[in-house]
Design a protein around this ligand. Structure first.
Ligand code: PMP
Length: 426
């Protein structure tokens, strides 16, 4: 626990938490991969705008106009931040999960999706749920080169040779490892497939360039980009989006609605980005994302990355001194990664270890399978996994351990899980 310089202040740096051993310490937020704190700048921008809040696309009043401008300018800021091509759509969604489900909903009939089994569930599960689409999960590769080869083989072998979509992560939410996005995009395109980049863990750490990396779509969540106000993004090719049935049916997505002669609905959907943004949009969430994009760009990713890599090196050095600690990875120890590291410690139940970090040191990390069950189970099996034979029980640290959540309830504590430390700016 050493003070580090702060390139961009975040909320919560002054929050103090009680320790089970008595006293209190400043909270050490090391769970950015689950959700990052808001940048101070984002919070300030949101607070400055809040009094001027008004309905978007739905009002003639001054504040409605102002809010509509702000919402649309936020879209333009995100497009610029992502390096989108002219004509690309930027759809505001709720999250990465929502964005990928939206894309799954607009796939042309017959689309075959491909994803490595090592992906986050949000990038694994949306595909193939519609009866007229299919999905194949590919083996987790052990080198970036293997990933490209495996994808090429799978795409070449597909029958019939119809539309295909590849979904791949930019940086793993488990190992932090970077994936060969450009090469995978080239492989996908060489076989007539399209590719969507799950950038949930990439955008907070590295500049993403949609045009240059030649991905067709990119998805991310505001809450991992220091803008935790309930919005996400799906950006990319407009054609599939604008041809498909709207993701949500409702106001704002329609040009005209009428009742036909036999009482049937006669609906003309917008063929703009509005088609998939039915309902009153989350203008504060979108504005917060745009604010974070501006702040990160102004700070400069090179500078942010340099600091993050220095912290990463320190974390790895520290872990090397912990008896029995083993960092998990797919591509090997030296593979480039962002500030996300998962590990197990021999003789320790990971839930207990994480609970102890919180209760005894005020350090907030995450333990579990990180919504990437196939990957984490396989990585844990390799090294024997973490032990369930902790000498002390989690309740000794004030009832810590796993809480109810998206990937399991306290009754479903997995026999083996990992501990994840993740960070970024702030
Ligand atoms: N993909 C990756 C790589 C993630 O890390 C996450 C969040 N852990 C998601 C997708 C899903 O993001 P959200 O929960 O914001 O929808």
């Amino acid at each position: 626990r050493t003070a580090v310089d702060t390139p961009l202040p975040v909320l919560g740096r002054d929050v103090r938490v009680p320790l089970v051993t008595g006293g209190e310490v400043p909270y050490a937020a090391l769970d950015y991969a689950a959700s990052a704190p808001a940048l101070q700048r984002v919070w300030d921008d949101v607070a400055a705008y809040a009094p001027y809040y008004g309905s978007v696309h739905r009002g003639a009043g001054h504040l409605s106009q102002l809010s509509t401008d702000l919402f649309e300018n936020s879209r333009a800021t995100v497009a610029e931040f992502l390096g989108c091509r002219p004509g690309d759509d930027v759809v505001f969604t709720r999250s990465t999960t929502d964005s990928l489900n939206l894309l799954a909903a607009v796939l042309p009939p017959g689309t075959h999706a491909f994803a490595f089994e090592s992906e986050h569930h949000a990038a694994l599960l949306p595909w193939g749920r519609r009866g007229d689409t299919a999905v194949t999960w590919l083996d987790a590769p052990r080198t970036p080169g293997q990933a490209v080869e495996a994808l090429e083989r799978a795409l070449a072998a597909r029958e019939p040779y119809g539309p295909a979509l590849v979904c791949v992560t930019g940086a793993s939410n488990v190992t932090g490892e970077l994936w060969p996005v450009r090469e995978l995009a080239a492989a996908a395109h060489a076989h007539g497939a399209r590719i969507v980049l799950d950038a949930a863990q990439l955008v907070p750490h590295q500049a993403v360039d949609v045009a240059e990396s030649d991905v067709d779509w990119v998805a991310f969540s505001g809450h991992k980009l220091y803008a935790p106000f309930g919005a996400g993004v799906l950006a990319g090719r407009a054609d599939w989006l604008r041809r498909a049935e709207p993701y949500l049916a409702g106001g704002g997505a329609t040009r005209s609605v009428a009742r036909g002669a036999a009482g049937e609905p006669v609906v003309e959907w917008h063929d703009t980005v509005a088609r998939h943004e039915a309902g009153s949009p989350n203008v504060i969430g979108a504005y917060a994302i745009a604010s974070a994009c501006r702040a990160l760009t102004a700070a400069g990713f090179e500078r942010l990355e340099a600091r993050e890599q220095a912290l990463l090196a320190r974390l790895r050095e520290g872990l090397a001194e912990v008896p029995g600690a083993r960092v998990v990875s797919l591509f090997g120890d030296d593979a480039p990664r962002v500030g996300v590291v998962s590990f197990v410690v021999d003789g320790w139940n990971s839930s207990h270890f994480a609970a102890a970090l919180s209760a005894e040191y005020g350090i907030g990390v995450r333990d579990g399978l990180f919504c990437a069950h196939p990957l984490v189970r396989a990585l844990l099996a390799e090294g024997g996994g973490s032990s369930d034979t902790a000498a002390r029980s989690a309740s000794a640290w004030g009832g810590g351990g796993r809480r109810a959540g998206e990937c399991g309830t306290p009754d479903e504590v997995p026999a083996a899980s990992a501990i994840r430390v993740s960070f970024g700016v702030g």
